[in-house]
Each structure stands twice: as structure tokens, then as C-alpha cells.
Design a protein around this ligand. Structure first.
Ligand code: SER
Length: 317
């Protein structure tokens, strides 16, 4: 059957790359991208302005395209969320409920919604954090992701909606800018290493966090969406990881390519408290078992790719 895919929030860090991957897989016209403003570069296929909080406008999008798959990526991330908690809650929760409701009404085949490592909190095990454990998120972003996971599972159980989800760790990429998260240092560091040779990190040298290179994240997302429904044992959200490193370790990996690079650390950034409440590594055995998750990029390979691509960008701009 011909797919009709809508990506909501397609201008962001994930959406930009997911749109390209889905268009390659299903054809340019089968994938409708949408966001609250026009993209910076012209869209390769249909694009619509939509605000996920405007249910009527959202409904007109569903009515027009009769989607078979919907990817909801519009969200406020952890660091920005703390500056305006009510807005973050409203956008992240009302946006999700609007999409879940319309997906039931329009009988969408599959819905994708990203969760995050932010669902864990200070009392969750820090190392190899398991799928099921104490979860006491302390950011409004984490609260919204944890509640969102419950809603996804609820819609699956109650309405049979085929919702699929991944708890992304920090995502590292070079194509689009990150959207205001706590893990963003791992992207800023590359840009500044290449443009200035120095970087002041807002997290401490030893703050270890789970991360993933975007290429792996996109592959994983496609893999999960392709998996037979009966193989999926988790309808809240799957733990997922590829890497786990500290700013100091990342700086060392960058020095291999930029020997003069030096890093310093600020010790008064509010993002440190957010990072301190998150896991340092993740156990993703369910994703491996249920749908064959097998990431390709280690710290060395990811660093090489980032440096190579950002250097090319700098040379051509
Ligand atoms: N990268 C996200 C953030 O830092 C985690 O989901 O907010």
C-alpha cells in the first residue's frame, strides 16, 4: 500500500534528517513535512505550516493527507523547558494528546513519538540504567516524557493505536542545530573546536551521559517502525543507546584531529543539575532483542564523522 507520512516538527535536529531518510525510502511526495515556520532550506517534498496545539489546523492536515504514519517531533527540550515549564508541559502534552486523538480518529497505521533519557531521575540506577526501574524525573521535560510514555501505552491498550517510541539519549549530529537540550555541549564542542580551537563546556569534565550518533538514531527509528507489531513488547518507550562518554573523553577524541584544541569548564550552569539527575549509561537489551538494534558508531567513528562533515561545511560556506 502507498504510504502517506506526516512529520510534525520537521525543522528540528531529528526531523531534518528523518525527513531525508523517509523520503529516500518512500519517495519525496509520500512524506509531508510540517513545522511552525518555513524550513531554512527549501523542502524536498510537500511542506505545511502547523502548530501542534492548534487541533483544528492539525485536523485539516490529517483530513488532507490521510496519513498512514505520523511522526510527532515537536517538543520543548530539557534546558529550554526549565525556562518556561508551563509552556513546555503544554506543548509536549497537549501536542501529544492532539496527535494521539487524531491518529485514532483517522485510523493511522503507526505513530512515532520520541521519549528521552530525561524520564529517569536521581533515584534511577545510574549505570546501565534498565528499561524498568524507579523513575523520578525532575525536569518538566522529563515529567512530560514520562507522562507521554504512559499515554502512548494507554492509547495502544485502549484504542489499539500502534504507537512506537524510543527513549533517545543525547543525539549528536552536524546537519541541523540541536534544540536546547542538556546534551547539546557534545555538538557545540565540535563547532568551536574547529572554528576557535577552544571550548568552554557547561558541564563538568566527568559528567558521563549516554549519547548516540544521528545516523544510528535514524536507522534505529526506521528499524523500530518497520518491525512487525507482534515483536514489540514495549509500548511505552524503548531504552536505546550507542555511546557513553564524559566531556573530558570527548575532548581527547577531538584532540586526535585538532591537536591544539583546549577545553575549559564553567561550574555554574543550571544544566549541570539536570545532567546529574540522568543516567550515565543505558541498558538497551529490549531494543536489541525485539527489533535487532545494533548501533554502528563508537566514540572514535562518531568523532571522525563529525569533524569530517563540519570541516567540509566550513570550507564551503
Ligand atoms: N537531548 C535531550 C536533552 O538534552 C535529551 O533528551 O534535553
Amino acid at each position: 500500500m502507498e504510504e502517506s507520512i506526516i512529520i510534525i516538527g520537521s525543522n528540528g535536529q531529528i526531523g531534518t534528517e528523518l525527513a531525508t531518510a523517509l523520503r529516500l525510502k518512500y519517495g519525496e511526495k509520500s512524506v509531508v513535512t510540517s513545522d511552525i515556520r518555513q524550513p531554512n532550506t527549501p523542502s524536498q517534498g510537500p511542506f505545511e505550516i502547523v502548530n501542534v496545539l492548534d487541533k483544528e489546523l492539525l485536523q485539516s492536515l490529517f483530513e488532507k493527507y490521510k496519513p498512514t504514519q505520523v511522526y510527532l517531533l515537536a517538543a520543548v527540550l530539557s534546558a529550554v523547558g526549565e525556562q518556561n515549564p508551563k509552556l513546555a508541559w503544554d506543548l509536549n502534552m497537549t501536542g501529544l494528546l492532539n496527535v494521539l486523538d487524531l491518529s485514532v480518529t483517522y485510523r493511522v497505521d503507526k505513530v512515532f513519538w520520541p521519549s528521552s533519557i530525561a524520564v529517569f531521575g536521581p533515584h534511577s540506577p545510574k549505570e546501565e540504567t534498565p528499561q524498568y526501574c524507579i523513575m523520578d524525573p525532575s525536569t518538566v521535560y522529563g515529567l512530560s516524557k514520562q507522562a507521554g510514555e504512559r499515554w502512548c501505552e494507554y492509547y495502544f491498550n485502549k484504542y489499539g493505536l500502534d504507537v512506537r517510541s524510543i527513549r533517545y539519549p543525547g543525539l549528536i549530529s552536524w546537519k541541523a542545530a540541536p534544540g536546547g537540550g542538556t546534551t547539546d555541549y557534545a555538538i557545540h564542542i565540535f563547532h568551536e573546536a574547529l572554528s576557535k580551537g577552544t571550548y568552554e563546556c557547561f558541564l563538568s569534565a566527568e559528567t558521563r551521559l549516554p549519547m548516540l550518533y544521528m545516523e544510528d538514531a535514524i536507522q534505529g527509528t526506521l528499524q523500530l517502525m518497520d518491525a512487525p507489531a507482534e515483536n514489540l513488547t514495549i509500548r511505552s518507550s524503548y531504552n536505546l543507546t550507542g555511546l557513553s562518554f564524559t566531556p573530558a573523553e570527548l575532548a581527547e577524541a577531538i584532540k586526535v584531529h585538532v591537536p591544539e584544541f583546549s577545553i575549559s569548564y564553567s561550574n555554574n550552569d543550571p544544566r549541570q543539575a539536570i545532567a546529574d539527575g540522568w543516567p550515565s549509561s543505558i541498558n538497551d537489551e529490549y531494543a536489541r532483542k525485539d527489533w535487532g538494534w545494533n548501533p554502528q558508531f563508537n566514540l572514535k567513528a562518531m568523532t571522525e564523522e563529525m569533524i569530517k562533515n563540519l570541516k567540509q561545511n566550513l570550507e564551503t560556506t
